[in-house]
Design a protein around this ligand. Structure first.
Ligand SMILES: *Cc1c(COP(=O)(O)O)cnc(C)c1O
Length: 372
């Protein structure tokens, strides 16, 4: 049986009848850039996330960039984050001219280890970017306590975590900024690129709105330099429609995670130490990815690929070891948990439309590999 890592076609079939007339309506209106569909999407996403403001962005990467720009972070400043994340988190820091300072991850959650945070702070530190990896939030109590004590800005990279909660608070509503991505493979995906910045502060929200439009206010008067970071109407409309279904899709992902837990327990693979399942420390893990640790990981991946099971490594090279960040001076061994995760983990299919049969096929293929 072929089991893809992600298949979005069943989801499209579910919403097709609702989405297509709205896309046509936008084409008839010929209003593509910002406008009422974007405003509606901003309000809906902000409400869903428990934030006062939502500012539509061209991508999650640009949401991160605009948050840093709105704080005037640049050359001479340091921003603390994890080396075990998608490239964009660190790319944004470097693009504004600031220096990324890495803190290793917790071995169970793969999120920034908040107990190591204080030691990384220097007089140049301006902000912390915790990443809520795979759909589980970082320890926001500990991170906010350190940030508030030291006067640091917190920018949540919530690109994989829309709807995730930490002690009852949603991703993107705890820090000063929340950054979301509508890349199609995210839990709330558009039909192309898109993103959202969430914030509580009125003045900063206004600033972010201007920054995403070349710093223009009023039109053609520029007090500072922004960029073209606008969300378009077609993407915004798709996101607004999909948002109504997000909780049911999240429930589907959570049910699949629970099913895997049962199947893997029955298989004996966990007890035998062959694999380690994801650990949910928050009360609402939204499982953008279902990532396990496995013995002989690379051989297992090769076996899964020949068995028709989709899998991927998120991420094979921790960012402190990337060629483009070589001049930061980090070395192999600097962040052992991130390096170990890069060597030992793999993602399994978890999307809402994955069937029980498919999950069984995934577990059976892994059990066959270990001869279990
Ligand atoms: C997807 C992602 C981003 C970037 O989002 P884009 O919309 O693709 O630019 C940033 N950070 C993390 C952790 C992500 O998963």
């Amino acid at each position: 049986m072929n089991v893809p890592l992600l298949d979005l076609k069943p989801q499209y079939n579910q919403i097709r009848a609702e989405v297509e007339p709205v896309l046509r309506e936008i084409c008839e209106s010929q209003i593509f850039i910002l406008g009422p569909k974007v405003t509606e999407c901003e309000a809906a996403v902000a409400a869903y996330c428990g934030a006062a403001h939502g500012v539509g962005m061209s991508s999650g990467s640009d949401a991160l960039l605009v948050a840093l720009m709105a704080e005037g972070i640049g050359p001479g400043d340091e921003v603390i984050t994890t080396p075990y994340t998608f490239f964009a988190t660190v790319g944004a820091i470097v693009r504004v001219g600031a220096r990324p300072v890495f803190v290793d991850i917790d071995a169970e959650t793969y999120n920034l280890d908040a107990t190591k945070l204080a030691a990384a702070i220097t007089p140049r530190t301006k902000a912390i970017i915790p990443v809520h990896l795979y759909g589980q939030m970082a320890d926001m109590d500990a991170i906010m306590a350190v940030a508030r004590a030291k006067g640091l800005i917190v920018i949540e990279d919530a690109c994989q975590a829309i709807g995730a909660e930490w002690n009852g608070k949603r991703a993107g509503s705890i820090g000063d900024y929340g950054c979301f991505s509508f890349f199609p493979s995210k839990n709330l995906g558009a039909f192309g690129d898109g993103g959202m910045l969430t914030l509580q502060d009125d003045a900063k929200a206004h600033q972010a709105r201007i920054l995403r439009n070349h710093g223009s206010e009023p039109k053609y008067y520029h007090h500072f330099v922004g960029g073209n970071f606008r969300l378009d109407a077609l993407q915004a409309a798709v996101v607004t429609i999909k948002l109504k279904y997000l909780d049911s899709w999240t429930a589907g992902r959570q049910a699949n995670a629970a099913r895997y837990a049962d199947l893997f327990a029955e298989s004996g693979l966990v007890a035998a130490g062959r694999i380690q399942l994801p650990v949910a420390r928050t009360n609402r893990h939204i499982f953008n990815q279902y990532v396990i640790r496995a013995q002989r990981r690379d051989e297992l991946i090769a076996h899964l690929r020949t068995s028709g099971i989709g899998t991927e490594i998120y991420y094979p090279v921790p960012l402190h070891l990337q060629e483009c960040f070589r001049d930061l001076g980090y070395q192999v061994g600097d962040f052992p948990e991130s390096e170990r995760a890069a060597k030992e983990t793999l993602a399994l299919p978890i999307y809402p439309d994955l069937t029980g049969e498919m999950a069984q096929a995934v577990v059976a293929a892994i059990a066959a590999f270990y001869g279990q």
